[in-house]
Structure formats: C-alpha cells, structure tokens
Design a protein around this ligand. Structure first.
Ligand code: GAR
Length: 207
C-alpha cells in the first residue's frame, strides 16, 4: 500500500518560533506524518519567520495594522491560510485571537499550545500567573481552538514542576522544553489517527 501523504500544517507564529522549529525538525523525518507547508505571522521581522525561511518554507505576514478592521484582518488571514489547503492549523506562540468564522472555515482543525495546565491561567502571562499563584506544578496544554481565550477542548497536557528559585523566564523555558515534545507527539498522532470530539472530549482515532 502506498504511504499516505503527510498531513499539511500551516503554523502561525508571533515570536521566536522555537515551537515551530520542533515541528520543522520533526518533519525532516520521512516517517513523521505531518509537514509544515507554510508559516504565517501577524508581524514582520521575527525569528519565527526567519526559521521558516531557513527551512525553505513559504511565509506570509498579515498585520492587523494594515487592515481597516479586525474582521478584514481575520478574513484576509483566513484567505491566505486556506490557500495552503491545511489539514491542521497550528498556533505556535501566535498572540492574536482568531474569529469563530476563521475557525469554521478551517473545519475546527485549529490547535493552539498554551504554557499552563488549562483551565488554570488562561491569557498572555500564564507562566507569570502560575508563579505568582504559588502552584507546585504547571505545564502546557494543546487544545482545539474555540471562540474563547484558551478555553477549547483539551487534546493533550504535559506537567512540569515549579522550582523554589524559578523566575518567569526559567519556568517558561522548562515549560517550553516539555511543550515542544508534547506538540510534536500530539500533532503526529492527530495526523496519523485523526480525532473525534464529543462534548469537549477529544479522542484520537476515527469514528
Ligand atoms: C509558547 O510557550 C506558547 O505556549 C506560548 O508562547 C510560547 C511560544 O514560544 N503561547 C502563548 O502564550 C499563547 N497565548 P516560541 O515563540 O519560542 O515558539
């Protein structure tokens, strides 16, 4: 039987792109069932885009400030993402919310990785919030994006300890190491096995 074509990933980034890099590295293995076909960003000049360019992957930038309205920005982003015919859209440190319309257009196949154990600490400052709260463990969550802020159905989670002498930076770095492993493993499983969604429960495998 011929090997199925790898799943097509469009990855959206806003920063350094170390999470993207893990997917780019995984895709170099011919047995990995997914490949990054394009990388988009909401800003130019970031290391995430440079990583894609070095890997020879097409890139695009859709800046909110270049559009008259947020709806226009969201629709233009959706047009570009859809033009790459993704099987899965991965938000990897993408610091913008996308609309329900964008999500529907992608058939609900949009995942985001968040540096906390959802439902704790949603939002932009999860490692700082976890540290300030005094939790002893935190981690990362991969979830199906819905209309809320880090509220979507959970696909996978990974746990990391919080150390007494952690700063936000050391804690976030420890989370990111575990987060990259979780992302590569889970995107591989989503590509290989598919998934079903039943009342917030995400299960691997086709129905
Ligand atoms: C990751 O920890 C990711 O979970 C987080 O940004 C980091 C991206 O790092 N995303 C969010 O906080 C989204 N709300 P990277 O740019 O090195 O991949």
């Amino acid at each position: 039987m011929p090997t199925p074509a790898p799943a097509r990933l469009v990855v959206l980034v806003s920063g350094s792109g170390t999470t993207l890099q893990a997917l780019l590295d995984a895709g170099r293995d011919p047995h990995y069932p997914a490949t990054v076909v394009a990388v988009g960003a909401d800003r130019a000049g970031i290391e995430g885009l440079a990583r894609a360019e070095r890997a020879g992957i097409p890139t695009f930038v859709q800046r909110l400030g270049d559009c008259r309205t947020r709806d226009e920005w969201d629709a233009a982003l959706g047009d570009t993402v859809a033009s790459y015919r993704p099987d899965l859209v991965v938000l990897a440190g993408f610091m913008k919310l996308v609309s329900e319309r964008f999500l529907a257009r992608m058939g609900g196949r949009v995942v985001n990785t968040h540096p906390a154990l959802s439902p704790a600490f949603p939002g932009m400052h999860a490692p700082a919030d976890a540290l300030a709260y005094g939790v002893k463990v935190t981690g990362a969550t991969l979830f199906l994006v819905d209309g809320g802020v880090d509220t979507g159905p959970i696909v996978a989670q990974t746990v990391v300890p919080v150390h007494d002498d952690d700063t936000v930076e050391t804690l976030h770095e420890r989370i990111k190491v575990a987060e990259r492993v979780m992302l590569v493993d889970t995107v591989g499983r989503l590509a290989r096995e598919g998934f079903t969604l039943d009342d917030r429960k995400v299960r691997f495998g086709h129905e």
